[in-house]
Ligand binder design. Structure first.
Ligand code: EPZ
Length: 421
């Protein structure tokens, strides 16, 4: 099993280029199944999750060609199967997002349940609620191992979401593009990834309005046209490197990030004393100006503080003056990194969905594991300021969602190597 060896590094300095967004490209690759025409995707991050989804849509009938490292063409002249097999869906939750496009294009989708993950149960009842509202029939087997969704003809309808779920908003938006008539989605998620998906769908000829607001309206169309789309930069990767500048008391120029997408992270870092300047070349993040102090965080749907930046930010809060409180409102089990940070000498107490972080801790390198994608990133940040060597295992979690992670850190002066056992 591969692992990272990380040593205490000098304050990180230099510039980093942000890659295309994992959470934007995955639903867009699924949405390409809606069209018979060619879709060209640029700035696609070279990630394991992208490979998994490529294999799944290829299995379903898509011709996927990799033009270069970050450019793909996808054309699905014909859907060859309406069943997404367990062994492909099981590798990654986002695979479930092929259900809506299959249903809209063929009137049937049978997809094995993605199941939960370390951060939570991850139910999908809001996705299914949306499909039922569009007139589809949803069947599950006794043990709930798969859902089968059928419809002779989807018909536009009003969909009210009980929670602004990112996945449910994306899924219903995709299915509604080929339904008869209008579909307003109320309490829609407003994340930038939703807007990027809507922009891609509209380039294909869909009629989606209001993406990025709490009410999205989709008017169904008959068919799509070829399109060419660039994936937005990854705001969580950008946030991770902003926090890296803070925790190492460094000075990093973040290039190719969309500043408005990381406003909440920037606001919280500024409360801690970090200096953030927008320059022509990018966003300059300086943790080397002021003594850094504590703040409190509540994770919220966008534009609130992103749950995906919670664990890296918590690693940082262990190193500042004073105590902080972090409340995780989105996932019920997203504190798996706490015990790993405490093994490095942090002092964090959990009470249900709240964690109290006692700051100003001196971290010591030891053997720790990545419990999930973002927790893994948090452990890398902690390793960069801990005395001695931090040996981080189960790094496959990290490599699912961060492109060239080690190379980007090394370029900033970090002492980190990847070793294969
Ligand atoms: C997306 O997951 C992201 N994944 C997650 O990023 C991110 O943490 C999450 O949105 C929130 O921002 C991708 O885009 C591939 P949700 P998703 O549906 O769509 C509950 C990362 O680290 N819920 O908005 O699954 C759910 O259990 C990953 O990159 C229901 O109860 O998130 C959760 O508590 C992790 N019923 C909350 O809503 C439903 O039907 C938010 O889930 C759907 C969701």
């Amino acid at each position: 099993m591969a692992k990272y060896l990380i040593q205490k590094s000098a304050p990180l300095k230099g510039e980093v280029e942000i890659s295309g967004s994992k959470n934007a490209v995955l639903p867009i690759m699924a949405a390409a199944l809606l069209s018979e025409e060619e879709c060209t995707l640029r700035d696609v991050p070279a990630l394991r999750d992208v490979e998994v989804l490529k294999d799944l849509i290829s299995y379903l009938g898509a011709e996927v060609n990799r033009i270069d490292t970050n450019t793909y063409t996808i054309q699905t002249r014909e859907i060859k199967s309406t069943e997404a097999p367990f062994d492909l869906v099981n590798k990654m939750r986002a695979s479930f997002l092929v259900a809506g496009p299959l249903l809209a294009r063929t009137g049937r989708a049978k997809v094995y349940m993605p199941g939960g993950c370390t951060i939570g149960a991850r139910p999908i009842e809001l996705h299914l609620k949306g499909f039922r509202a569009l007139g589809a029939e949803v069947r599950q087997d006794e043990v709930g191992s798969y859902v089968e969704i059928t419809s002779d003809r989807l018909v536009g309808a009003n969909v009210y979401l009980d929670f602004p779920s990112v996945g449910a908003t994306e899924h219903i938006m995709m299915a509604a593009t080929l339904a008869d008539g209008p579909t307003p989605i109320q309490t829609a998620a407003e994340e930038p990834e939703i807007v990027d998906l809507a922009n891609f769908l509209n380039k294909m000829g869909a009629r989606v309005k209001g993406a990025g607001t709490e009410t999205i309206k989709i008017d169904g169309v008959e068919k799509f046209k070829a399109c060419n789309h660039g994936i937005i930069p990854d705001r969580i990767e950008a946030g991770t490197f902003m926090i890296a500048a803070a925790i190492t008391r460094g000075n990093i120029l973040i290039k190719n990030a969309v500043n408005s997408h990381v406003k909440a992270i920037a606001a919280k870092l500024t409360e801690c004393g970090v200096v953030i300047e927008d320059t022509d070349e990018g966003m300059l993040v300086r943790g080397d100006v002021n003594p850094l102090v504590s703040t409190n965080i509540k994770t919220m749907p966008y534009p609130g503080f992103p749950t995906d930046a919670q664990s890296p930010f918590m690693a940082f809060l262990t190193t500042v003056e004073g105590s902080s409180v972090v409340i995780e409102n989105i996932f019920e089990n997203r504190f798996m990194h706490v015990s790993e940070l405490n093994r490095m000498g942090a002092n964090i107490k959990i009470d249900g969905r709240s964690a109290i972080i006692y700051g100003n801790r001196h971290l010591e390198g030891t053997k720790v594991i990545s419990t999930d994608l973002r927790a893994g990133a948090a452990m890398v940040l902690a390793g960069l300021v801990a005395d001695g060597t931090t040996e981080l295992s189960e790094i496959y979690h990290i490599e699912r969602g961060y492109e060239n992670f080690v190379e980007k850190f090394r370029k900033l002066g970090a002492t980190i190597i990847r070793i294969d056992d």
